[in-house]
Design a protein around this ligand. Sequence first.
Ligand code: NAP
Length: 352
Amino acid sequence: MTDGKKVLVTGATGYVASWIVKRLLEEGHHVHATARNISQKNKTAHLQSLADSSPGEITFFEADLLIDGDFGTAMKDCEIVYHTASPFITVVKDAQKDLIDPALIGTRNVLHQASACPTVKRVVLTSSCAAMYTDAIDCKKGPNGELDESIWNDTASINYQPYNYSKTLAEQAAWEIADAQNQWKLVCINPSLIFGPAMAPEFSKSESLAIFKQLADGSLSTGVPRVGIGITDVRDVAEAHVQAGFRAEANGRNIVSGHNTNMLEMARLLHDKFGKEYKVPHSLAPKWLLYLVGPMVNKVITWKFVKNNVDVEWKANSSKAQKELGVTYRPLEQTLTDTFEQVIEQGIVKSR
Ligand code: NAP
């Protein structure tokens, strides 16, 4: 047993948070894990079994982002707060209710609670590159045409890419609250799109899994658009969070993004590796075709989206996290392979 600390992880059963919990338990910490409904034992079972085989321990608490003061009991005696809970979905009925309220009200509730809890010394917020950009073309605003930590998203709105808007509002609120006090330090982790195996794929609603599924399940068999995107591995993102909580020098915003790539490049990497056995899409969906049929196929693929993302390079500078958090990035092939092998196990991909 190490001299573990008490740490809170919000939304602990989620795709990203589960890997953060795993690393914290391995380091011998006592994780206070929140979820909206802890009576659903099948959703928490993977975390309990990790705790059973790790030096650390876990205690589950129920808390909802939308209820003021709901994180008080879970946060009691904790030194570090990892605020990860926030919906990552792109198809919503009501953007305010489904995305913006839980992101913004939730961040305010959790961070105000941190100020009311004298043991808290640091808050690590899972923000996103989405708080820096909406479309790949926005990367050009950064120095050398790359996103960096100085860039804020000023193009998303409640009507256009509201997930990006929700993350921007939430991170801005977090800095306002942090700057108004001096009890705890805020460190933000800003990952690009995350792939990699999920610990409990059957329960996660993360858009990451839905996007990866499209590369694997035949929905793109007519062609893959060359949409510029950044990718990072869920296990590297988890490590960045752990380091952000414990390293003295951790500070500010931190882009965590292993690879500047695009959807077609990823499809072709998967096709090279798995194409003999499985039907992996790998032909190019040309831009003109997307203008023509995109909006009919998926309401996210608007003309504006096609213009600003297809055949546009996505670039970010992730050197700060490498230098200050010691983050290393797995090769893209490994992330894609490990994720694809999981979707094979789930029976999502079609054999030839
Ligand atoms: P996820 O698996 O869907 O996790 C989201 C978590 O938020 C779930 O645990 C969910 O809890 C919780 N949550 C949602 N609404 C809540 C509410 N009202 N009260 C309490 N908890 C609530 O998605 P994820 O991909 O791991 O995302 C986790 C974080 O990473 C988010 O902040 C997201 O913005 C950020 N992020 C993700 C990516 C990515 O590519 N995946 C990239 C950058 C940043 P329930 O289980 O109770 O529903």
